[in-house]
Design a protein around this ligand. Structure first.
Ligand SMILES: [Fe+2]
Ligand SMILES: [Fe+2]
Length: 263
């Protein structure tokens, strides 16, 4: 089993990056399961049904979300019916959508789980206890489990990696939009990276137009942030799993619009 996980797709520039690079990634990894984080896909804030459909049409098999899940009102019209999309599992009980789902590709089944941290983010239910609950419920039936831990603090993400080491195939961090180079297979066999990085405007600030962000830092006055329109970069990881469900390796992927392509 091979998984390609693409970090937070930000706005139209991020969607353009995905459209440009997905065929190349599919060519390089023909049998992989392709998962992406879509929480910023609609102008940096949430996702719409049309955008999700487009991602699936292009070949994304499953989508994870995060703290921006509810930013587009129309999400409430389709998230319950979209079996390929997960929002953080530790949102309060009764929240629309699902926290984990089974993605079927050819004869393989991969469970994707979304959890959200609560350090420097809203104080929701404990992601560690929720992770235990889900892993316990799944362990008899499924071998391949990928957790997208959407969190701000590097410490909380590293803690989740160790918490789940040996119990899931991979724990990948999202949300901070900057790729970290601590990708490794932990001793128990779980692939781990603190943050996959984002897919979107390369020269903004975390995907947002940089002058507005700079103005906010310099003046402390209210400023409206919009997604940047510049060139793109795409950040992802490629994870190879043994038949046991544990990881063989996890590699970083980073593409830039200015790179020269050899097809
Ligand atoms: Fe994000
Ligand atoms: Fe986020």
């Amino acid at each position: 089993m091979k998984i390609v996980f693409i970090g937070d797709i930000v706005g139209s520039v991020g969607r353009k990056a995905l459209k440009a690079m997905l065929p190349k990634l599919k060519h390089a990894h023909p049998n992989a399961v392709f998962i992406a984080n879509g929480e910023n896909a609609a102008a940096g804030r949430g996702i719409t049904a049309a955008i999700a459909r487009e991602f699936y049409d292009w070949g994304i098999h499953g989508l994870t979300m995060g703290n921006h899940t509810w930013d587009q009102k129309e999400i409430f019209d389709f998230i319950d019916d979209d079996e390929r999309m997960v929002r953080p599992a530790n949102f309060p009980p009764g929240t629309p959508g699902r926290g984990h789902t089974v993605i079927k590709v050819k004869d393989k089944e991969l469970v994707i789980v979304n959890l959200q941290g609560r350090t420097f983010l809203p104080p929701i239910d404990c992601p560690f206890r929720k992770a235990d609950e889900i892993v316990e419920a799944l362990k008899k039936k499924y071998k391949y489990v990928l957790v997208d831990f959407h969190a701000e603090a590097t410490s909380e993400k590293i803690a989740m990696g160790w918490h789940l080491d040996g119990r899931v195939s991979a724990v990948v961090g999202t949300h901070t939009h900057v790729q970290t180079n601590d990708n490794r297979v932990l001793p128990g066999g779980t692939a781990y990276v603190t943050d996959v990085g984002m897919t979107g405007p390369r020269d903004g600030i975390l995907g947002m137009e940089r002058l507005a962000v700079l103005q906010k830092f310099k003046t402390q006055l209210p400023v409206r942030f919009v997604t940047d329109e510049g060139k793109w970069h795409l950040n992802a990881v490629v994870i190879e799993l043994h038949d046991t469900g544990l990881a063989k390796n996890i590699q970083l992927v980073r593409f830039d619009e200015d790179q020269v392509w050899f097809d």
